[in-house]
Each structure stands twice: as C-alpha cells, then as structure tokens.
Ligand binder design. Structure first.
Ligand code: SAM
Length: 371
C-alpha cells in the first residue's frame, strides 16, 4: 500500500494515496481516508478541546486520523482502535510519527467498548452507527460522538431500512436532514435511557452526506426520564405545507386543520434542543487560532445553530412560495417580518433555503405573500 503524508488541521499524517477514481467509493480503499470529512473531524477536535476528556476512544480509526488529531491538537490521551490489522499497523505508524500519548488496538469495537470505559467515546463507522450505540453508551463515562453517513435510511429515502435500523419512521420532506438528525438522536436517547442515564445534546449537526452528534451523558433516573420526555413526533400534511409537533410515545392519528387531509407521522424522534447554546459559544471562541482546517465553515454552522429555535422542522422557502403561487422575495425580509411580530425565526444550518419559525403557517404565508 502506497502512503502519502497529508496535513489536516495542525496534524500531519500518513494515509493511503488518495486516488478518487481508483478507490470509489472511499470505503473500497484498503484503508479508509476521506478528506471530505475534515470538517466533521474539525468539530470533534474543538469539542474535545472544550470538554477536556481524560481519555478518548476513536473506536473505528482506519488511518487513525480522528484520534491522532484529538491527541496531537488537544493533548488528550487517546486510544485508537480498528478491527482491521492493516489499519492498526498504519495507526501505530501515525502515533509514532506524531509522538502522541496514544495506544493502538485491533479489536472488534463492540467487544472493546463492552470491556473498557473511556471518558469520550467516538463512533465513526461505515454507514449506520446503530449496531455500536449500545456498547458506546455503556463504555462512555461522560461524552459520546456519533457519525452516521447512512443519510438515505435516516432521512426517509430508504424508508424500510430506516425503520429497521432506528425503529422509527423517517420521511423524505423538505427538512429531511433535520428528520435524520432527530431520528438518530431519538435512537441514542432510547438506548441511553435503558441504563438509567440521559443525553444532553451539546453540538449536533447535519452536513452534506453525514449527521454528527456530540452528546453529554448524565446519570440517574431523573436524567433518563427527562431524556424520554423529549421524545415525540412530527406530523406532516400530505396535501399542503402544514406540519406540527407532538410529544409522548404514542402517535395520534391527526387531520390537517388547513386542508382536511391525513397527516403523516414521522418518528419517534427527539423533539428537544439539539444544541447547548453556551457550549456553542465556548466552541466559537476557540475557533480563531485553533488551526483546524475549516474554521470559517464550522464558524458559519455554529452561528446558525445558535440562532435556530428549538423546533423539529423547517420550511423550504421556495417550495412554500410555489405552494402559495408567489414569487419569493429575499428570505431576510420574511425573517425580519416574523421577528418584528414577536416570533422566533431563523435560517437553518443544513440548507440555504429553509426557514425555522414558531409562527403559525398562515402568518408565514402572509409574510411571504407581502414580500
Ligand atoms: N474514523 C475514520 C476517519 O475519520 O477517517 C474513518 C473510519 S471508517 C468510516 C470505518 C472503520 O471502521 C474502518 O476502518 C473499518 O475497518 C472499521 N470497522 C468496521 N467495523 C468495525 C468493528 N466492528 N470494530 C472495529 N472497527 C470496525
């Protein structure tokens, strides 16, 4: 295997030579390395810098880039694991190259996580993280990071696969990225509550082809009950742009108050906050001078996440304008009108075309048509 030395953030690392034509999809390379996930790893580095874990496990290391970056850029003691012996050899080479406080292990991630506790556990498998979340939660003392790249099942494009993996019904809506994020969060919440523990989302976002969660774990039945109290559903109309949220475990059949059609039920999913705003501002303060590879892009995501109200859905501005047969003016004008009326209204981090607001649909329509 031919290697090349690359630089990501402040870290230099040996990875298999990246030939996008010879190794497509990236998972077919002998040892996985995808430069397009740099922003995902940047987020991990900043979260680790802000939470200062005593120990960090990169449970699926591949080249070891994520764990090596956490070790080198934050000074954390890391363990980097992969069940592939060739990957483990490369991880060892990278640990030696960087001279960091790290160990490499060649284990099945679920076996390792069932045996050893780590302050911060990080799951970054191919596709779905569902088979690793239970052991990940049992192993994690304080924090868990979870990446999912199976956005088609999570977001409703592959409905049956989504139901099988996450025991929830997704739906391919104009806010499908948020549906995927909240279905994964809901799954993690239910897995965690079984152990009388709860989740407190710190920084969770959807970007391009992945969803990434950073969760603080809390102990006790109260934390578990508070977690489950944040589960619920989205009800999406099949005939018009109407959508609403509902809480609890048991979906109620509902009818659209606007057009009388049946509402589709999406979930169960997490309907609580997906960010801790204070944590986001601490992260934001760390960006300048952090040396990560995409500070501006991550900064934009953080700023947008700080502004988003705690609502589980958004509206695609152009689709809304089409439904109401108006030509859309600037989004900023609509947001300003809603805010002037006392409603929360913001853009969303996962799309340039969506609006999040607690205004009723008819108010949103009036603002749109008045532009
Ligand atoms: N974290 C890496 C990064 O940021 O570049 C990418 C990890 S790659 C998507 C997934 C890795 O998980 C592969 O190297 C694969 O060998 C490893 N893997 C898959 N199943 C595993 C398991 N059950 N236990 C441990 N490693 C596993």
């Amino acid at each position: 295997m031919e290697l090349e030395l690359i630089e990501e953030g402040k870290t230099t690392l040996w990875v298999p030579i990246h030939d996008s034509t010879a190794t497509f999809p990236p998972g077919s390379a002998p040892i996985f390395y995808n430069p397009r996930m740099a922003l995902n790893r940047d987020a991990t580095v900043i979260v680790a810098a802000c939470t200062e874990p005593r120990t960090y496990l990169d449970a699926m290391g591949a080249s070891g880039i994520r764990g090596c970056r956490v070790g080198y850029e934050t000074g954390t003691t890391v363990t980097i694991n992969d069940r592939d012996p060739d990957a483990t050899t490369l991880i060892k080479k990278n640990i030696d190259h960087l001279g960091i406080d790290a160990s490499a292990t060649c284990r099945d991630a679920n076996a390792l996580m069932s045996e050893e506790p780590f302050d911060f556990v990080d799951l970054d498998p191919f596709g779905t993280p569902a088979p690793f979340i239970d052991a990940g939660i049992r192993s994690s003392v304080r924090m868990i990071g979870i990446t999912a790249t199976d956005t088609a099942p999570l977001c409703g494009a592959h409905l049956k696969a989504g139901i099988r993996r996450y025991m929830a019904r997704p739906m391919n809506t104009d806010y499908h990225a948020e549906v995927g994020l909240r279905i994964l969060l809901g799954y993690a919440a239910r897995m965690t509550a079984r152990y009388d523990r709860g989740i407190i989302p710190q920084f969770c976002f959807a970007h391009e082809h992945f969803v990434r969660l950073h969760l603080k774990l809390a102990r006790g039945t109260q934390a578990a009950d508070q977690t489950l109290a944040q589960m619920g559903y989205i009800y999406q109309c099949t005939g018009c742009p109407y959508r609403t949220e509902g809480s609890g475990f048991f979906p109620e059949p509902k009818v659209c108050p606007h057009c009388g059609k049946q509402l589709n039920t999406i979930g169960p999913l997490w309907t609580g906050a997906i960010q801790d705003p204070e944590f986001l501002s601490v992260m934001n303060e760390r960006l300048p001078g952090s040396g990560i590879s995409s500070p501006d892009e991550l900064g934009k995501i953080l700023t947008c996440c700080m502004q988003e109200p705690v609502i589980s859905f958004s509206y695609d501005y152009h689709k809304l304008a089409k439904a109401y047969r108006v030509s859309p003016g600037p989004i900023a004008g609509v947001l300003e009108s809603l805010q002037n009326m006392g409603y929360s209204a913001s853009r969303v981090h996962y799309s340039g075309y969506c609006i999040k607001t607690n205004a009723p649909l008819e108010t949103l329509r009036d603002c749109l048509t008045a532009q």
